[in-house]
Each structure stands twice: as C-alpha cells, then as structure tokens.
Design a protein around this ligand. Structure first.
Ligand code: 4IA
Length: 399
C-alpha cells in the first residue's frame, strides 16, 4: 500500500511586508481559507491561520518546540541576537524552573497589594486627560500608564526608562525577517540593550519588586544565580510594549462601537472581559513561530521535521470557524479561549499584571468619560510581530 501526501498549498505573500502589516485581515482570511497549513514560499516556512490548528500547535510543545527560537531565525543553525530567553525560547525540562519561579511572583494574589496604588495612578492620569479633552490615546494613555506603574513594580531605576519601548520594539521586530524594520532598530540597540541588561543586576533592583523576588528564588536554590538576571530581562522584554498596544487596542475597540462604551459605563464589571475581547479582536502579539521536532502529519499533509511554522494568533482569534461575527468588538461575547496570550505551557505568565493594569485604567475612564470620540487621523506603527498604533487621537467627553 502506498500513502500519498498531498501538496501543501503555497503562497507568495510576505506577511512581514508593509502592506500586510498595515492591514493583515484580508491576508489572514486567504490564509485560513487556503488550508489547515500553507507554505510561505518567500521564507521557506509553514504557516497556520485557523484556530483549531494554531491552538493545537500551541499546546503540543513536544512536536512544536520553542528551543530553536520563536522567530524566523533557527537557533540551531543561526546565532541569536541576544542570549535566548529562559522562558520563551526553551522547552521542558529547562523551561520549567524559571516558569515555576515566575508564576507565583505574577499571580493574582501577589498583585493584590498593587491594585490600590495603580488605581490611584490611573485616576490621576485620567483626571488630567479629561481636563485636556483631546489627547493621544497611545502616547498620553496607553504608553503613559504602563510606564508609570510597571517599571516601579519590577524595581528598576528611574533613569533610562526611555529605552524600554525602543528595546521592546526591536525585540518584537527581531522575531521576523531582517527587513527594514529590523534595520531601523539597529543603531539604537547597543545603548538600549546595554541599559536593559544593566537593570537586571541584583544591586540596582529595589528590595521589594518583582526583580528582587526573582533573585530571592536564586537564594532558595530554585534557580541558579546565572538564571536570575535573564528572568528579570524577560519582564522588561515582554511586559511593556505588549500592555501598551493592548491598552491602545481596547480604546480602538470602543471607538469602533460606541454602544460598547455605554455598556462598560453601565456595567464597569465588564472591564476585564473588555480587555480580553480587545486582545482577541486585535491580537497585539500577531505571530509566533515554532519548529517541528519530527514529521508532523496535519490533515492530508506532513510538516517535515526541522521546519519553522508561523502561527498567526491574529488570524486564529478571528477565525469564523471558531467565533461568531469575529470582526466585531463585543463585550457580551465570551472571549476566553482566544490565543492572544498564547496557550499551553508558554501561555503568558504576565497576563494577570496586564489585566490589572487594564482594569485600573478602564475603571478610571468609565467613571469619568461619557464618550470616547475620534479626533484626527490615527497612525499605524509597523512592527514585524506587534499590531500597533503610533498615534490614536481621541476626544474624552467628560461625564
Ligand atoms: C522573554 C511573546 C512575548 C510577549 C515575549 C517576549 C519576550 C519574552 C517573553 C515573551 O524575553 O522572555
């Protein structure tokens, strides 16, 4: 008996080209409709856009590894641009000790003591924005709030924090191909990366932040002293740009449908669902790669061992096979199960921090703002991995 393997449908598209980055949804639909897996000829990689397959790959760490890197570059054959993350770019068993150390530090009960101060910061910030009336929802709100609370919570110095966003922007570009977006980040990189790495040392961290608690885990022997600074680096890598663009996404969601804002105002308890729905709807982290550890049969095709697979989280989160009216931002749907935070054992360890930040901001806004209206042309910020705005001018109508 012979088994036949069907040809994988191929696509000449460049998902990291400016055109698709600026407006990915038509491409996402073509990708989902072309099949359960598609070859991107330009990069010699496989791609998945349907929810079922993306979810399936994310939970199958044995066959879809992270240790070869979760960008286009294969760490088995190419030198990574920085020492690999002990969380993101590893697999069990090496992944597990860092993850077990970080999980309780960022768990909901550990964050309880932050809520009061973060709420006050959000209220002061929003009071000021409402007084100004017309503001930029990206720079004045989505960037301003995380930068006021998160670096303090990690415990890093006041000085040099302007490096955080450019560092993250480059990191997320570097998961893609070496295109003009990566090139643009290279001149500033030595300074930004030098500063970020310097912030991970024990003696520069405050004694009571997330960073200090990571070092305390080394004292207990749960991780080595060599691992501690790299785990602090993960917080500074993954914790800033992501929340910034997720907060911008939730504002964009309310701009897309003012009735959703009215609903949040009536029922502020929906703030958390609003945030997760914005993450489903926008997928601030759009894509990630895995690498096949073995030949993986998928439907009637086979992904060969060693191949990179690009998972389109943004396409899966709007797959009509999984979601009804996927293009609508809708506070009455249940967005749980979205893959915007990933899924499986690498699922975002910082998601409770992000949700708390969003909840503080949305509660402050809901109590003070009757309507959020567009007040000028929004401007995209292109990034190989992030779905981002450079500017989102809005008018905040005082309640
Ligand atoms: C790390 C997926 C993204 C949010 C992320 C980026 C960097 C790291 C982890 C996650 O440096 O560990």
């Amino acid at each position: 008996m012979t088994t036949t393997t069907a040809a994988v449908p191929g696509s000449p598209a460049d998902p990291f080209g400016d055109e698709i980055l600026a407006d990915p949804h038509p491409f996402h639909q073509r990708l989902r409709d072309a099949g359960s897996v598609v070859r991107l000829d330009r990069y010699d990689v496989y791609a998945m856009g349907r929810y079922e397959e993306v979810h399936g790959a994310l939970v199958d760490w044995q066959r879809f590894e992270s240790g070869a890197g979760v960008g286009l570059s294969n760490f088995r054959v190419e030198e990574p641009w920085r020492p690999p993350s002990l969380l993101l770019e590893t697999d069990p068993p090496r992944h597990d000790a860092p993850r077990h150390v970080l999980t309780p530090i960022l768990a909901p009960r550990a964050l309880r003591s932050l809520r009061e101060r973060w709420s006050r910061v959000a209220e002061e910030l929003v009071d000021d924005l409402v007084e100004r009336g017309t503001v930029d929802a990206v720079t004045d709100l989505a960037e301003a709030f995380p930068l006021r609370v998160f670096p303090d919570a990690v415990g890093i110095s006041e000085e040099g924090r302007e490096h955080l966003l450019p560092y993250g922007d480059h990191l997320f570009n570097a998961f893609g191909p070496d295109n003009h977006l990566v090139e643009a980040g290279k001149p500033g990189l030595p300074d930004a990366a030098g500063w970020v790495n310097g912030q991970c040392a024990r003696d520069v961290l405050s004694p009571d932040g997330f960073g200090a608690r990571i070092w305390a885990a080394a004292d207990r022997g749960d991780i080595t002293y060599d691992q501690a600074p790299l785990i602090v680096r993960s917080l500074l890598s993954a914790g800033v740009d992501t929340t910034v663009h997720a907060l911008a996404a939730v504002i964009e969601g309310f701009l897309s449908d003012p009735a959703q804002w009215d609903l949040l105002r009536r029922e502020p308890g929906r703030a958390r669902v609003a945030f997760d729905e914005a993450i489903r709807w926008t997928s601030p982290v759009q894509t990630f790669f895995r690498t096949a550890t073995t030949d993986v049969p998928l439907g009637d095709v086979v992904i060969p061992a060693g191949q990179k697979i690009l998972m389109f989280l943004g396409a899966a989160n709007r797959d009509p096979r999984r979601w009804s009216e996927p293009d609508r931002f809708d506070l009455t749907r249940d967005p749980s199960g979205h893959v915007g935070f990933g899924m499986g054992l690498h699922q975002c360890v910082g998601q409770h921090v992000a949700r708390l930040e969003a909840e503080c901001v949305l509660h402050a806004l809901a109590a003070r703002v009757a309507a959020i209206e567009p007040a000028g042309e929004p401007a995209r910020h292109l990034n190989n991995t992030l779905r981002a705005w450079a500017s989102l001018p809005v008018r905040l109508v005082a309640a």
